[in-house]
Design a protein around this ligand. Structure first.
Ligand code: 1GP
Length: 232
């Protein structure tokens, strides 16, 4: 049987350190039609904040995944469909490639049946994730393609994630990652803010991830991105 993300077009990523916009509820968030919710952020995430979002989402049918930014914030909760765990291919420090993962395995009984890695290629140097992981974001189109191929064929990754968090990325690099992968599911995230931007990236990536928009503009704006990703 295939993995759930193979049929997704759109993921909404909720940052536990940020609020919904005034007037929005989690009913509105789920009504956007997104295929899955990922709970995760880079800065000031705690287990408590994670749990608050998971609690708010637990009564809905939408698939719910935690994206832990480090081993200390992993929440063990049946409401979660699973864990999508970043591995930053172009991190400047090995902690973000395998070190955090080793610590997690050392400290916890990892639920392997519900745990999948996301092989990130981080490309916006201004993003918190780039700074935290000391990512080398100067990657040519060929570099990005090579990283994507390494992820799938050397590291057997099921998910390759081109990450421009906070800014709309370069379609040529996203297309190159798409061309370089065969069976892996390609996620794209960064700066998707309306129907057209979602559709544009959805034409290359399998899954369009939307993050800040839900905290800045709200659920109605996210709904448009769902439509764009689905029409692509
Ligand atoms: C962040 O890829 C996601 O990890 C989405 O990025 O917040 O820019 O939408 P944005």
């Amino acid at each position: 049987m295939g993995q759930p993300w193979e049929s997704w077009d759109h993921v909404l990523k909720i940052d536990p350190d940020k609020d919904l916009v005034d007037g929005d509820t989690y009913d509105d968030v789920v009504a956007t039609g997104t295929d899955a919710i990922e709970v995760g952020g880079t800065l000031d995430v705690t287990e408590d904040k994670m749990t608050r979002v998971i609690d708010a989402c637990r009564r809905y049918d939408v698939p719910l995944y935690q994206e832990p930014s480090d081993p200390t914030v992993v929440v063990d909760d049946d409401a979660l469909d699973g864990y999508l765990v970043p591995l930053v291919l172009n991190a400047g420090h090995p902690f973000w490639v395998v070190g955090a993962h080793k610590e997690w395995v050392r400290l916890d009984d990892v639920d392997w049946d519900r745990t999948t890695l996301e092989a990130y290629i981080v490309l916006n140097p201004e993003a918190s994730v780039a700074q935290l992981t000391e990512a080398n974001c100067e990657q040519s189109v060929d570099d990005v393609a090579a990283y994507a191929e390494v992820a799938e064929h050397m590291l057997n990754q099921e998910i390759v994630y081109v990450e421009y968090s906070g800014t709309f990325g370069d379609t040529e690099r996203v297309a190159a990652a798409a061309d370089a992968t065969d069976d892996a599911t390609l996620f794209y995230g960064g700066g998707v803010h309306d129907y057209d931007s979602a559709r544009t990236m959805g034409e290359h990536a399998d899954v369009v991830v939307v993050g800040d928009l839900v905290h800045d503009e709200g659920a109605e704006a996210v709904r448009e991105t769902v439509e764009g990703a689905k029409d692509a």
